[in-house]
Structure formats: structure tokens, C-alpha cells
Design a protein around this ligand. Structure first.
Ligand code: BGC
Ligand code: NOJ
Length: 818
């Protein structure tokens, strides 16, 4: 069953009923001001950091309730008893005669009709501005005039979202607002140490306003039945403490067939510390700098121009890489939605979604490094800066803070530390950046450790320390010690937590000298492949040899202790017993080491990689994707940690943890099995799964972190949509390994591995300042193998196209075959 449909031309998903199984959201903003918006106008806004600079409130534990949002009410002022409704369905949930929500690239349009009054609300954030626009187009489709009232309402958050949700003894006394010339300013704490405020403005004359929540709602009422809307008037309340809101009232008279555009603006502004007040010796906000912006966007033609600019911006980004394959789900995800999701993961890491509260996690170190892998070609400059930000939080030991807060860019241990895989992901992201851009100078950037001035080292020095961090921490089998955990945050082999509620991520951990990770071994070898090439170019063969040797040593350790006979083992626990082995009662085979070790090239020549992938197909693959491990843990194991805290089939305990699936796609592609790679790709492809939306339940246009595994009672149900490494890795798997258009240090490799039935496909891609039009022909219906490559009609040797910084457009023809 579907709840909407794709409009591929417009790059939109159109939701055709408001009560989707879960709120289906979109993101607005791509620079500093951001908003999350659901298909019924739920969500919240923030500046840079969802925890530390939250503009509007949202209620927790809220799916699918979805309360808190950018609310609009329409009221028919002529009927009695009074009739009012929300054109976005929430919060009144009044039946609508027509409803549609279009989630597009950086904007959401919700359109509905009720008693022949048509409303279309367009929500978006103009580029370069710290404000959001709600543009309401009202049309009277009745045969007689209509007298209507429009009310809006947002609930302001007192900036620090965590404190706002918990510290009422203080917060109920600090709220402050100012209303001047019909603009509502929220200025809590502006009187003391904050230099910033929020505002709500409108293009029309107001009939009234409210800033006190109780005055607007009435005591004990919710946003679905505000007393003020029922009554038809606001009371111009000025809140003192309690709950500051912004509510506006506009009256409109519309003749039969008439329509009107009304603009509402919600924004954020920061003043220089010494220019906060105007006049300076008062407590009144200085509005000189912000008013011109407000006036500008009260004008519909400016709003239209800003919208067009946003669309052009996104078109430009999407154009960077466009594909035309025989499969619509591939085209749709690669050309629009997967890229779009990459922007969200780049901007928010795992911090703010409908499953991430915005107060729990900041920018993950391993997460952001992986998110970058798919992002390089879109905005290389921003990718570069992100790499430098991440590296600046690296510790002098080579280890990493697990996360940093976006506002401060300082690493912290709030979601744990000592994850021994963390530093290696930096090598992968830096290598991918150079491969995309050819910009080797990044390696010479001076970057501090732990943001400490004076500790600067070259970025290359950071990479060396990342590698050394692993080598300094090897266990009894010569495999890397796992520390608190590796990629699988829940494989806590040194934790031994027996206290309810204790965080597996932050509780005191054993400084384990026994528990080892085969996964980190694979990741190390993969990182070493990049380091060999980087070192060779920088410092010559001898420098490269160091990494070749380290990698060989690690490979030996994997074959000696990490191979289980038909697949790679996962780890060794604190007692030196294998995890992910036939010997185990539960958790006999795990997906992660199969993917990572094969991506690192292990077993490809001698058939063991094939054997491992056959084991994956037999034991882990389901129609809903590939499960993390099998069998799932049916009880809690003290020595395994959080992984066994989940019921079987959920999250890290054997769900289809989508992030890992593309590793297997890539591995299959490396072995030349394009049909299997693409088949796995389709199993978790959101667009493909759209037809089972009642099972999948999350948005059909973006990847979710997990799909409940075979052992779960809700098998096939997705959770934790949007912010997941799945976005980057799937993008890599399909574009670089299945379609095989892969940046390497010396150029663009063309090495497709596709389903044999495909006749071919074509790709347009920007690469190092050049624009390539690539046509791939597959007349012999092979899965992999390139016979001939022509660039502008001239055959080249091999399948690596070198066009370093030449600029210009190129026609590339690729003949696959034997
Ligand atoms: C989740 C993991 C997550 C970790 C750290 C765990 O509860 O299951 O997916 O990585 O918390 O935030
Ligand atoms: C989600 C976390 O954000 C990510 O860092 C981790 O690798 C996966 N969960 C698996 O535990």
C-alpha cells in the first residue's frame, strides 16, 4: 500500500493523506538555520545546533503524535457555532476535502481544501538567510464572499533544548518577549548573556497577537482547540515567564473566486555584543540590522525570487551526478533522494530527526567521516572544512572523541569514548576527498589535536596517528583491541554492565587487553590501502612500505584467527572466545566483517571471499535486506553488552541494519556479481519498498537506519529514518561500485558491475572541473568487464580516465564485454 507518489520531474514526494503511519518529514535549510517539517506541519527550527540554539519547541516521545509545529488555523467568521480547521491537518485534525503534501528539495508545500476554502502553504528557508517563510495562498472557491480569520502559533523554546525540557523551576520565570510594530520578538535571556533573539512577523496588518501560551490555548487545552481561535480573537498578551509563544491573527475578506497571499516569517538574529540594545541604555532589542530583512521578505515577489533561487541551487547540486539506468528505483534514488539525504546527514550527522531528539547526540566522528564519503562531489569545499573540523577534535593519542557539538566544534565524551575504530574512518574520508578533487594540499593543512593551540600537525600527521593508534593496541591474536566497541556501538565486550539504566556507551569500561575486533582489522587494511598510495606520492616507496608491511601483518592475523571456515569471525571476547563463529550458540555469523574484510580485498583471489558471501546469502539475507547477525541473542549476555539488550530482530541485535548492506553490495561487485549486488541494493531501496509502505511505515524517499529482522514480530518495519550512514554507503555502492564510476587518486575509474540483463546505462558527472557524459554499452550482457573506452572518440588504454583540472566537456563511451 502507498500513501503517496513520486514526482520525479519536480524532485518531490507527494503525500496524499495526512495520517501516514508515522510523521513523514522533510528538512529545510542547508546553511546555518534549519527546520524539520512533517507532512502535517509538525517539527521545529534551530540555528546551527539543535540542542544549544533551538528556536521552537517540540514534544518528546512524540511519534506518531507529532505535537509541536508551525501551526496555522483558519476560521470561518460567519458561521455559528464557529468553525475552524488547520489547513495542514494538524493540530486540529479536522477532516479535509482535499489534502496533499509535497516534500521537495529544501521546501514543503501543504495544500488542502475545506468548505471550498483552498489553502496552500509553502514553507522554506531562503539561501543565505536565518529565517523561514510560511507563505499562505488562500483562495475562496465559494460562490459568495468569505470572511475568514487566520491564526498562527509557534511555541518558543528557551534556546537550550535540554534545559528547556527539564529545568522548569528556573524556566517558568525567565521567558521574555517584546512586541513592536506588530512583530513578536522572543528574547529570553537576551537581557543577560545572549546576543540573539527570534522573531515572528507577517506581511499583513494584525488584528491581534498573543505571546502567552495560556492566554492563547486557555487553561488545560491543547493546540487542537485553542480558546482564542474558538473565540475568534487574541488578547495581545505579553508573557512574563511561563511559556512564550508567537500567535498572530489576520482577518481577510475574500470575494467569490478571490485569492490572497499572506506571508509569515519566523527568524533568528544575532547582534554584536556591544550593539544589543537600542537606545543603548535600555533593555529594548536593537532591531536596526534585522528589520530590512524582515521588510524584504514581507514582499511576495522577493519570496518568489528566493524560492526560485533555492530550486536552482538544488538543481545545480543534483546535476553534479545524474544517471539513466533501466531501473527507476536506481534513477530516482541516485538522482534525487539519496543525494538529498546525503545533505541531511552531512548537516546533522545523527543529531536532529524524529528519532534523534536533537538533545542527545552531536556530530559523530565515525558518522561524519562516513557521511562525507558520498558527499565529496557535491560540495568539495564544505567537505574539506568538515574534514578539518573533525581532525581538530582528534586526540594526541590518535584516538578520537566520539562526537562534537556543532555550535562549539569541541569534542566531548557525552556519548562515550574509546571506540577503537573511530580514528580509521578519518583516513577513508581524507582519501575519498583527494580522490574526488585531486587536492593533495589538504594533507599539509595544519590541524590541532583536541583543538589545543600549539598542537598543530599536518593532516597527514593526523592520518599517521590514526593508523598508529590501531597498531599500538593489538590483542593476543594480533588483532586490534576493540575498546568500548567498534562500528557496532553495541558490541561492548569490555563493559560488563549489570546495573539497570547504565549507559553502555559511557559507563566505566574495562581497559580490556583481550577483546579484539576482526572488523577493525578489515578496516585497518582498507585504510592501509589508501595510506600506501598517499605515502608513496608524498614520501616515496619506503614510506609506503611501512603501511604495506603493517597491512600484511594484519592480514595474517585475520587468516590465523579471524576466519571461521566459511566466513570471517566478528571478534574475540574478554575471555578470548570467538564471537560470530559456528562454535557460538547465538550470533554465529555477522555481516560487518564479511563486508569490511572483502572491501579490504581479503579472500578475493583464493575463493574465501566468495565463500563468505555465500554464507551471507544463505544465513543473513532476507527479502527485506541482510540481517546484522544470526541467530539473534535471545537473552542478555553480560560479556557482550548492549547488542544483547535489544529483543532479537531489532537494532544491533539482528535487524537489517541498513548501513551494512551496501558493504555486501560492494563486496559482490568486487567479485563481479552485478546481479546479486543490485538485487541487495533493491531490497532496501526506499522507492522500491514504497509499495509496502504499510509494512515499512517510514518515509519511502529516504533510507532508515534499520528494518526489523526476521526474528522480530514486526519483521520488515523500518525505524530511525533519515540520519544514518546508510545514505552515504548506498550512494557509494550504487554509483561507484555497481555503476562503477569511481574516483581514484589518478582519475575516474570506469568499472561497472551490473545485472547482466541491462543493455547499458548512461551517466553525467562533474569531476575535477570537467563534465563527463558517459555512455555504457553492454551488448554481450556481461556483469563486469570493460573492453574499450573512448574519450571524445579516441580509445584510451585501460579504463581509468585522467582529466585532471583540464576543464571542459567530454563524451565517454564504454563497451562492456569479454
Ligand atoms: C544504539 C546505537 C548507537 C548508540 C550510540 C545505541 O543505543 O543502539 O545504534 O550507535 O546507542 O548512540
Ligand atoms: C548508529 C551510530 O550512529 C553509528 O556510529 C554506529 O556505527 C551504528 N549505530 C551501529 O552501532
Amino acid at each position: 500500500m502507498r500513501y503517496g507518489y513520486f514526482d520525479d520531474e519536480q524532485h518531490e514526494y507527494i503525500i496524499s493523506q495526512p495520517d501516514t503511519p508515522l510523521p513523514w518529514i522533510n528538512y529545510m535549510g542547508c546553511e546555518e538555520y534549519f527546520g524539520i517539517i512533517s507532512n502535517t506541519a509538525g517539527g521545529y527550527s534551530f540555528y546551527k545546533d539543535a540542542r544549544l540554539r533551538r528556536l521552537t519547541r517540540y514534544r518528546y516521545n512524540n511519534a506518531p503524535l507529532d505535537s509541536g509545529g508551525r501551526y496555522i488555523y483558519l476560521r470561518d467568521d460567519e458561521v455559528s457555532p464557529p468553525q475552524f480547521w488547520s489547513p495542514t491537518w494538524q493540530p486540529t485534525r479536522t477532516g479535509l476535502d482535499e489534502y496533499g503534501c509535497r516534500h521537495g528539495m529544501g521546501y514543503t508545500i501543504i495544500q488542502s481544501t475545506h468548505t471550498d476554502i483552498r489553502a496552500k502553504v509553502r514553507y522554506f528557508i531562503p539561501l543565505g538567510e536565518n529565517l523561514e517563510i510560511w507563505e499562505l495562498l488562500l483562495s475562496n472557491q465559494r460562490e459568495e464572499p468569505a470572511n475568514l480569520s487566520i491564526f498562527t502559533m509557534v511555541e518558543f523554546c528557551l534556546w537550550d533544548a535540554m534545559d528547556d525540557a527539564t529545568n522548569f523551576q528556573r524556566n517558568y520565570s525567565v521567558g521574555e518577549v517584546e512586541v513592536v510594530d506588530e512583530i513578536i520578538y522572543h528574547k529570553t535571556e537576551y537581557r543577560e548573556r545572549r546576543d540573539h533573539f527570534a522573531y515572528l512577523a507577517c506581511s499583513e496588518k494584525l488584528a491581534g497577537f498573543d505571546t502567552d501560551r495560556e492566554a492563547f490555548l486557555g487553561a488545560y487545552r491543547g493546540a487542537d482547540t485553542p480558546a482564542a481561535v474558538e473565540r475568534g480573537s487574541l488578547s495581545n498578551s505579553l508573557t512574563h515567564g511561563w511559556q512564550p509563544i508567537g500567535a498572530q491573527h489576520v482577518r481577510v475578506h475574500l470575494n467569490a473566486g478571490e485569492q490572497r497571499t499572506i506571508i509569515f516569517l519566523l527568524g533568528y538574529h544575532e547582534n554584536p555584543a556591544d550593539e544589543k540594545f537600542d537606545p543603548p541604555d535600555t533593555q529594548t532589542i536593537n532591531k536596526r540590522a534585522v528589520l530590512p530583512t524582515i521588510y524584504k521578505y514581507q514582499n511576495p515577489s522577493e519570496v518568489e525570487a528566493a524560492f526560485e533561487k533555492l530550486q536552482a541551487y538544488w538543481q545545480g547540486l543534483l546535476d553534479t551526478l545524474q544517471v539513466h539506468t533501466p531501473d527507476i528505483h536506481t534513477n530516482r534514488m541516485v538522482n534525487t533522494w539519496n543525494v538529498y539525504q546525503l545533505m541531511a546527514t552531512f548537516n546533522f550527522s545523527r543529531s536532529a530527526s524524529y528519532f534523534e531528539s536533537g538533545i542527545g547526540r552531536g556530530m559523530g566522528f565515525r558518522d561524519s567521516n562516513q557521511d562525507l564519503l558520498g558527499f565529496m562531489h557535491l560540495m568539495p569545499e564544505r567537505a574539506r572544512n568538515r574534514i578539518l573540523d573533525l581532525a581538530s577534535t582528534q586526540l594526541p593519542t590518535g584516538g578520537a572523541y566520539h562526537q562534537y557539538q556543532p555550535l562549539t566544534k569541541r569534542g566531548n565524551n557525552e556519548v562515550g569514548s574509546g571506540f577503537n575504530d573511530d580514528p580509521l574512518w578519518l583516513v577513508l574520508s581524507v582519501a575519498a576527498y583527494i580522490q574526488e578533487t585531486g587536492d593533495w594540499s589538504v594533507l599539509d593543512e595544519a590541524v590541532p589535536y583536541d583543538n589545543l593551540p600549539g598542537s598543530e600537525d599536518s593532516l597527514y600527521g593526523h592520518l599517521q596517528r590514526s593508523m598508529q593508534y590501531t597498531l599500538d593496541r593489538l590483542g593476543p591474536h594480533g588483532l586490534p583491541l576493540i575498546g568500548r566497541a567498534d562500528w557496532n556501538d553495541c558490541l561492548n565486550l569490555n563493559c560488563f554492565s549489570d546495573t539497570p539504566g547504565q549507559s553502555f556507551q559511557t559507563t566505566t569500561n574495562k581497559d580490556g587487553k583481550v577483546a579484539e575486533s576482526v572488523f577493525i582489522a578489515g578496516l585497518f587494511i582498507k585504510a592501509a590501502m589508501d595510506m600506501v598510495q598517499i605515502a608513496r606520492r608524498r614520501d616515496g616507496e619506503q614510506a609506503a612500505e611501512v603501511f604495506t608491511q603493517a597491512s600484511k601483518q594484519m592480514e595474517k592475523a585475520v587468516w590465523d584467527a579471524g576466519w571461521d571456515g566459511a566466513w570471517f569471525r566478528r571478534a574475540y571476547d574478554d575471555f578470548g572466545e570467538p564471537v560470530g563463529s559456528q562454535e557460538c550458540l547465538e550470533g554465529q555469523i555477522f555481516i560487518e566483517p564479511q563486508g569490511m574484510c572483502i572491501m579490504a580485498g581479503l579472500g578475493i583471489k583464493d575463493g574465501r571471499a566468495r565463500q563468505a558471501l555465500d554464507s551471507v546469502a544463505e544465513k543473513l539475507a532476507t527479502p527485506h535486506g541482510i540481517m546484522l547477525h544470526q541467530p539473534g541473542y535471545t537473552r542478555y549476555y553480560l560479556h557482550l553488552g548492549e547488542i544483547s539488550s535489544y529483543p532479537p530482530g531489532y537494532k544491533e541485535n539482528g535487524s537489517v541494519f541498513c548501513h551494512t548492506n551496501p558493504w555486501i553490495m560492494i563486496a559482490e561487485a568486487m567479485l563481479g556479481n552485478g546481479s546479486a549486488a543490485h538485487d541487495y541494493y533493491l531490497r532496501i531501496n526506499p522507492s522500491k519498498r514504497e509499495e509496502i509502505s504499510e509494512v515499512h511505515r517510514c518515509e519511502p524517499y529516504v533510507y532508515a537506519q534499520m528494518i526489523a529482522g526476521r526474528e522480530a514480530p514486526t519483521y520488515g518495519e523500518a525505524k530511525n529514518s533519515w540520519l544514518t550512514g546508510t545514505a552515504a554507503w548506498n550512494y557509494l555502492a550504487i554509483t561507484q561500485w555497481i555503476l562503477g564510476i569511481r574516483p581514484e587518486f589518478d582519475g575516474l575509474r570506469l568499472d561497472p558491475c551490473i545485472p547482466t540483463e541491462w543493455e547499458g546505462f548512461s551517466v553525467e558527472r562533474s569531476f575535477r572541473g570537467c563534465r563527463l557524459h558517459i555512455d555504457v554499452l553492454n551488448p554481450q550482457h556481461v556483469s563486469r568487464g570493460v573492453m574499450r573506452v573512448e574519450v571524445d572518440g579516441i580509445g584510451i588504454e585501460g579504463n581509468l580516465v585522467k582529466l585532471d583540472k583540464q576543464g571542459g566537456e567530454y563524451q565517454v563511451l564504454v563497451w562492456m564485454g569479454k
